[in-house]
Design a protein. Structure first.
Length: 559
């Protein structure tokens, strides 16, 4: 029994306390008799327990998850045990239970109400694993769940699809309409995915505008395709444009990291293929991705080491045959990769931001060359320089180009800025405003690749243009028997001329093309027939009067 003096002390404790002694049959402990419970136990646990006399009478009612007899035996034998946290259905509370052996062959059971701490812990865990904006599980939860999904699929022999979804043009939406509008779109996307959250489909917010979906327990790729098609159609119904990449376990890989990477590669392939579609990962995509990554690494090194070079393709007046000027063109040759086309590395540079230092190098080199030619060769022609839409978006673009003029003491009337329709995509007002500033500074403005965009005609009215370049794709078939391209090209030249703009035909390689363009009153031609891109030194030989230095198909025939 518990001494009276000790009883008053135990009753003073705010935590529930029990004291029990073993019930033995021979040398075997079969139960524990309750010899004391303090007032806190009766108050916090349940008054009915005060009528119980043995562990066996109340232990299952208090919690079936606590090994009462085992813990008591260990406490009695001075074997250390860790506290156990359990939930009491009777008290509707969480308790931490500890047992310790005491003198006179007694076991002291102490309980601590940890409901508040437990709830706070649950809230913290929920916050750690839940996205606050959408309410979906977040990346942390995905990182916990996905490996488990792989383990289950491996054990059951099922397939898993991993779907990575990215909201198309999210940055443009945030910039144009604000982040509140962007957040509403993210919440709308989460609502779509919540329709599919069930016992084998689990959606997560993976990043800023990215969502991840795990599709479990599928017995065939066809069933996965049906599910992903349904998800994509649900986005379409909500007028949400998304791109998705899908990898499949175990077909693509059995490693979680690989499947995540492959889904990302497939998603970027979907973006490249026009956006607003879902694409399944194919092994060839990885090879292309690795090649692209290699080129990016090489390009970074090339920027740091200034390994690019600039060539210049001449442009000629159609009627007089006189040199109008040169277009500055960037070239890149890597010792390992060989010559890499600008059509490959320029878009990649725009994606990763390297286009800014590359564009600055192009501008500086072209301006420096023009100043040199004017000083030493009396060059009075024009140099055309291509400007990336990303360059034009830079807040300091006008200031930077003004500084270059001052640096090389150039008159801007001898410089032609070539732009494409891409400058209008992100911020039309800003692009037009900067073009007008350049025009006021007396730069010439040329619209490149005319005819390849869906709204080219509307741009002619918005932009302060001097020149329009007709894309090579029109010139290739201009002499075709059906006469369609010839009619279109003639109409373009006539319309543009009436607007007071000059026209430059790109890619002129044949005499009959030249003759037809002359008949159409095209002002300027550019192409291999009259002049190929040339190094600076060869251009200087030509400017000094050596016409045989000109690289052209015509000169090749003469030679």
């Amino acid at each position: 029994m518990v001494e009276p003096g000790l009883i008053s002390i135990l009753d003073a404790f705010a935590s529930p306390i029990l004291v029990a002694k073993p019930v033995r049959e021979g040398s075997v402990t079969t139960d524990y008799e309750l010899v004391f419970c303090n007032k806190a136990f009766v108050k916090q646990i349940d008054t009915s327990f005060s009528k119980c006399h043995y562990f066996s009478e109340f232990k299952d009612r208090l919690s079936v998850n606590v090994p009462w007899l085992d813990l008591a035996d260990k406490a009695l034998n001075k074997i250390p045990t860790s506290p156990i946290v359990y939930y009491s259905e009777v008290s509707k509370a969480w308790f931490k239970l500890s047992m310790n052996g005491a003198q006179d062959d007694l076991v002291v059971v102490s309980l601590e109400n940890v409901t508040t701490i437990h709830d706070q812990d649950v809230e913290l865990k929920q916050a750690a694993y839940t996205d606050r904006l959408t309410g979906l599980p977040n990346r942390n939860k995905f990182n916990l769940d996905f490996p488990k999904s792989i383990e289950t699929a491996s054990f059951c022999g099922n397939k898993i699809a991993l779907l990575l979804i990215d909201i198309d043009n999210m940055k443009n939406i945030n910039d144009a309409k604000g982040h509140i509008e962007g957040d509403m779109i993210l919440q709308k996307a989460a609502d779509v995915l919540n329709q599919f959250n069930r016992n084998k489909i689990f959606a997560y917010r993976y990043g800023d505008d990215e969502f991840m979906v795990i599709i479990e327990r599928s017995d065939s790729v066809d069933s996965l395709v049906n599910i992903t098609d349904t998800i994509f159609e649900s986005f379409i119904l909500q007028d949400l444009k998304v791109s998705g990449g899908i990898s499949v376990y175990p077909e693509n890989s059995e490693e979680p990291e690989d499947l995540i990477r492959f889904a990302d590669i497939a998603m970027h392939a979907a973006k490249k293929n026009g956006k607003n579609n879902f694409t399944y990962f194919q092994p060839d995509m990885q090879r292309i991705f690795i090649q692209k990554l290699n080129i990016l690494n090489k390009m970074t090194q090339a920027v740091l080491s200034s390994s690019f070079r600039q060539v210049y393709q001449p442009q000629f007046d159609v009627k007089t045959g006189e040199l109008r000027g040169f277009e500055a063109l960037i070239r890149w040759h890597d010792p390992e990769l060989g010559t890499i086309s600008p059509s490959i590395f320029i878009p990649m540079a725009e994606e990763c931001g390297l286009i800014i230092p590359i564009g600055n190098w192009v501008l500086n080199t072209a301006f420096e060359t023009l100043a040199y030619w004017q000083k030493y060769y009396g060059f009075k022609g024009v140099i055309s320089v291509n400007i990336s839409p990303i360059q034009l978006k830079q807040a300091t673009f006008i200031e930077d180009i003004t500084d270059l003029l001052a640096k090389y003491h150039l008159n801007p009337k001898y410089i032609e800025i070539e732009i494409t329709e891409g400058i209008m995509i992100d911020n039309m007002d800003d692009a037009v405003s900067k073009m007008k500033i350049l025009k006021d500074m007396r730069f010439k403005i040329s619209l490149d690749d005319f005819g390849t965009g869906y709204s080219s005609l509307s741009y002619l009215q918005m932009l302060p243009l001097d020149t329009l370049k007709i894309d090579k794709s029109f010139i290739n078939d201009i002499t075709g028997k059906d006469g369609i391209q010839a009619t279109i090209t003639n109409s373009i030249i006539t319309m543009v001329s009436k607007m007071g703009l000059d026209t430059i035909a790109e890619g002129v390689e044949k005499v009959d093309q030249f003759d037809l363009l002359k008949k159409f009153n095209c002002h300027i031609i550019q192409g291999f027939l009259k002049g190929k891109p040339m190094d600076k030194e060869l251009c200087e030989q030509y400017l000094s009067g050596n016409h045989r230095a000109l690289l052209s198909l015509e000169n090749e025939k003469i030679l």
